[in-house]
Design a protein around this ligand. Structure first.
Ligand code: SF4
Ligand code: SF4
Length: 413
């Protein structure tokens, strides 16, 4: 039984089904998924809300990999060449989904080629940033071509809700071009409104150890965990992004003499970063209201280590690494909660600017970060900041926002 068995087997799928018979490991994974069980590889599967899809607990996200063209043509092309191997490794280890967006360069085409012969066992998540229904439909048609398929399993509005997306998604569903639709954004409250209104089959929400209340002082609105509880009640699927907080580790070490950072670096030297990254995943998967998490995996070895986390026991060592990590980054990590936004008399897009700073410093996505910053209207950029400090009084995480905005401008302008 395949994860698509409740769907008509069209000609393309019929042909692909033939070649998929040879892919025994993936087929075993799919069979386990269909039963909601555990593959021989150790991968586990969860029900993805009312979609009834059985998603592997972890799968491939593409933001951190294929957005890496700014790391230089050599590394970028090496990654692109490796992607089919990464997908193969993931599916051999029981993973069954890939998640990307049409705006992530040529990811869709590369994944489309990588999934050839595996389509029967794959769940495809992809997205558009378009708003007008006709543009959403045109974007979806393109995505179908890129993936060399007749139907996208989970199609979503990238970066926030648009009514035009919803209108188009309903048509695309009627036409059998998508199965389910949802949205991604960074703010739980935005998701919440659409979940409560019954408008989405799934949400794509950032969630990681830094969301924990002890690192984020109480704020007067619900966070990701409350959103996930609501999703459970409404039977809406939850897919997590940014599970590892944005790979913060390497950059501070060079930039700071903060004792908390130095303590973390010492621990990582002793125990290896693999333990920290696996701890991030294990911590997320402890939450029964999460469906699955999409992870940027840049090499087949990343896949092996990330998949390994599914079957590991969360130990005191993992807990300690997360604690030390969080203590080191809490004053620098913007949770994109938007609490500060209404307080700024200038209307500066603080969380966006800090997110672009993260893309630049931590992901190494310098070109994208600069482009995103340049696309902000002038009056919303850091240069419009009068250093009045009001935002800093509202930030529940105590970020030195003024200083960070200035630093961001220096990097991004
Ligand atoms: S310090 Fe700058 S960003 Fe913060 S509220 Fe004042 S003007 Fe806005
Ligand atoms: S700067 Fe603080 S208040 Fe503003 S979005 Fe980031 S974490 Fe939230």
């Amino acid at each position: 039984m395949s994860i698509h068995d409740d769907f008509p087997l069209n000609r393309r799928r019929f042909l692909e089904a033939g070649s998929a018979l040879a892919v025994t490991a993936a087929t075993r994974g799919a069979a386990a998924a269909a039963e909601g069980g555990r593959a021989a590889s150790g991968m586990k599967y969860r029900r993805f809300g009312a979609t009834e899809l059985k998603v592997s607990e972890i799968g491939l996200g593409c933001a951190s990999g294929l957005r890496s063209r700014q790391l230089g043509p050599y590394l970028f092309n090496r990654y692109r060449e490796q992607l089919p191997e990464i997908v193969d490794k993931l599916f051999d280890l029981g993973g069954n989904f890939v998640a990307t967006s049409q705006s992530y360069h040529d990811t869709e085409e590369i994944l489309g080629r990588a999934l050839k012969g595996r389509r029967q066992d794959a769940i495809i998540f992809t997205a558009t940033g378009k708003s007008e229904p006709k543009d959403v439909i045109a974007a979806c048609e393109q995505s179908l071509k890129h993936f060399q398929t007749d139907c996208i399993d989970c199609y979503f509005a990238h970066g926030g809700w648009r009514d035009g997306f919803h209108e188009a998604a309903l048509k695309l569903k009627q036409q059998g071009k998508i199965r389910f639709h949802g949205m991604s954004c960074h703010i739980p409250a935005e998701h919440r409104t659409r979940v409560e209104a019954g408008l989405v089959d799934f949400v794509f929400q950032p969630y990681n150890y830094m969301a924990l209340a002890k690192w984020t002082e109480k704020i007067d609105r619900d966070g990701a965990e409350e959103l996930f509880q609501l999703c459970k009640e409404k039977d809406v699927g939850v897919i997590v992004m940014k599970p590892m907080t944005g790979h913060y580790v390497p950059s501070w070490a060079k930039e700071t003499s903060d004792p908390k950072v130095l303590r973390l670096m010492q621990e990582l030297k002793q125990f290896g970063t693999k333990n920290l990254y696996q701890a991030f995943l294990m911590w997320i998967l402890k939450n029964p209201n999460v469906g699955c998490t999409a992870i940027g995996m840049n090499t087949p070895q990343d896949v092996i280590e990330d998949c390994e986390a599914v079957g590991l026991e969360f130990t005191q060592l993992h807990h300690r690494l997360l604690e030390h990590y969080a203590a080191a980054v809490t004053g620098d990590y913007c949770r994109m909660c938007e609490t500060c936004v209404p307080s700024c008399p200038q209307g500066i897009r603080i969380p966006d600017i800090l997110r672009f700073r993260m893309y630049y410093r931590n992901y190494g996505h310098r070109e994208d970060a600069r482009e995103l910053y340049a696309a902000l209207p002038e009056h919303q950029r850091a240069t419009a900041c009068t250093a009045c400090g009001i935002c800093q009084q509202t930030c529940p995480n105590g970020l030195a926002i003024v200083e960070k905005l200035q630093q961001a401008h220096g990097l991004l302008a």
